[in-house]
Design a binder for this molecule. Structure first.
Ligand SMILES: Cc1cc2nc3c(=O)[nH]c(=O)nc-3n(C[C@H](O)[C@H](O)[C@H](O)COP(=O)(O)OP(=O)(O)OC[C@H]3O[C@@H](n4cnc5c(N)ncnc54)[C@H](O)[C@@H]3O)c2cc1C
Length: 430
């Protein structure tokens, strides 16, 4: 079994054109994940001189290359809870920002001719306990009643069983606008498009310090490859593990890096895969510590979850792989003896309210905090932040949100085991 991401292992690595680090650029983008690459593409298309500064040896090798491969619509939290907190208009706008984000991915795939098996077969949220169906039904009713999403539908247990070969589920909520794609191939295509449009991409270039020059947006960046000055800077660093979990001061107290883990089976063969998940959607279960799964183009099952509350490391990934093996066998007993070919973990950039944050502070632009639901939003926000940096403040769907520091959180998330215990107890008692 490879302790590596299936997506990066099964895609050609993007090879950036070799450039010396420029002394000056219009925009420096810190981080070459989906947020940073999408911003670089959009900024370059607007005529800016852009440099992406990526600490790793390869672009999109952190969360953007280590995720579950879902490109889902809908909020990461319950729409009705958000509406109760911030009002229907704002909740509806935020929900629709995810529809726009999936559309942005579809448009980029088409316009840049990215070969990544993007398809929109929907997402099915599955109830593992009978009483969860009432909550799913309430969600569907509310989304329909508020005119937020007219493409949702409740499926009963028999309907679910007709497309998911498992006895475990009591029904589900179908979100038809959701999609999926091969994350490694998409990343390769996105980076190539950004470069084709003129952005420079510098890998192995960790930014260790950012100095503000005056009161505007200009900064001097100290990097592993030298110093460069930028008229504007976008922080697209996700749940960075570089520089000790959040190199840049105030973000460290607002983003909690939490590990999420994935295993991938050997190829099951077209027939067996078709019988397993006939509609080839993305699937998640209802729980605080939930599972998510889908098939790959070569008919493997990708099965993930927050197996343990810890950050990702080779030991944590392998231990989590064993927990996921059990979860997979409980869900699909017929796959109990199947070989697992891949196992990996990655860091989710969790925020306290599980919604993204983007904007400008102290002259620095930022977009992050997608909270495990960010393949679509990171790509969308890269584009949106390019517009914001070009003078269109209204392009940011997340503008104007307060972002207080998390009490007691100063860097490495020491409290994760306690949080994990709390959520697993909540799931057991639910
Ligand atoms: C295991 C897992 C499963 C997930 N599954 C899904 C899913 O199925 N669907 C979904 O919607 N979302 C999912 N997500 C979340 C999604 O992958 C992320 O929200 C999204 O990829 C974030 O992109 P990003 O560019 O903001 O961050 P990243 O991809 O993390 O990119 C940030 C980049 O910044 C670089 N960087 C950081 N600090 C510095 C520095 N100081 N100098 C230079 N470079 C730096 C990092 O090396 C990294 O490459 C998952 C995440 C994980 C970890």
């Amino acid at each position: 079994m490879k302790l590596d991401s299936y997506w990066t292992d099964s895609a050609p690595a993007f090879a950036p054109a070799v450039h010396a680090l420029p002394a000056q650029v219009d925009v420096a983008v810190v981080g070459g994940g989906f947020t940073g690459l999408s911003a670089a593409l959009a900024l370059a298309k607007r005529g800016a001189r852009v440099a992406v500064l990526e600490a790793g040896a390869r672009v999109a090798a952190e969360a953007s290359g280590r995720n579950g491969g879902h490109v889902n619509n809908g909020l990461a939290v319950d729409y009705a809870d958000v509406a109760a907190r911030v009002g229907i208009d704002k909740a509806r706008a935020w929900y629709r920002a995810y529809d726009d984000a999936v559309d942005t991915v579809a448009r980029l795939v088409r316009d840049e001719a990215i070969d990544c098996d993007f398809m929109r077969h929907g997402k099915l949220k599955l109830a593992t306990r009978a009483h969860q169906m009432a909550a799913l039904e309430r969600s569907a009713e509310r989304l329909l009643a508020d005119g937020v999403d007219t493409d949702v539908e409740i499926l009963d247990a028999a309907q679910v069983r007709s497309e998911v070969q498992s006895e475990r589920f009591h029904g589900g909520l179908l979100y038809r606008r959701s999609g999926q794609m091969h994350m490694g191939r998409f990343a390769q295509g996105l980076a190539a498009a950004a470069q084709r449009h003129g952005a420079q991409i510098h890998t192995g270039t960790m930014v260790s310090r950012i100095e503000r020059l005056g009161q505007g947006h200009a900064h001097r960046l100290h990097t592993a490859g030298g110093i460069l000055t930028a008229q504007q800077v976008l922080l697209a660093t996700g749940a960075t593990r570089h520089g000790g979990y959040g190199s840049f001061g105030w973000l460290r107290r607002r983003i909690v890096p939490i590990g999420s883990f994935i295993v991938v089976t050997e190829p099951l063969g077209a027939e067996r895969a078709q019988a397993l998940l006939a509609a080839r959607r993305t699937y998640t279960t209802v729980a605080n510590i939930h599972h998510y799964f889908r098939l790959t183009p070569d008919h493997r099952l990708v099965f993930g979850g927050r197996a343990r509350f810890s950050v990702s490391s080779p030991q944590a990934d392998a231990a989590s792989g064993e927990i996921l093996r059990t979860g997979l066998a409980e869900t699909f007993p017929q796959l109990g003896a199947v070989r697992l070919d891949y196992c990996w973990g990655g860091l989710v950039d969790m925020t306290q309210d599980r919604l993204p944050h983007a904007g400008e502070r102290d002259g620095l632009y930022y977009a992050m905090g997608y909270s495990g639901h960010g393949t679509q939003m990171s790509i969308h926000m890269g584009e949106r932040m390019a517009a914001v940096m070009d003078g269109d403040a209204g392009a940011n769907p997340w503008q104007g949100r307060d972002w207080p520091a998390i009490p007691g959180h100063f860097g490495p998330p020491w409290f994760l085991p306690a949080v994990g215990l709390y959520y697993s107890l909540k799931d057991k008692l639910a």
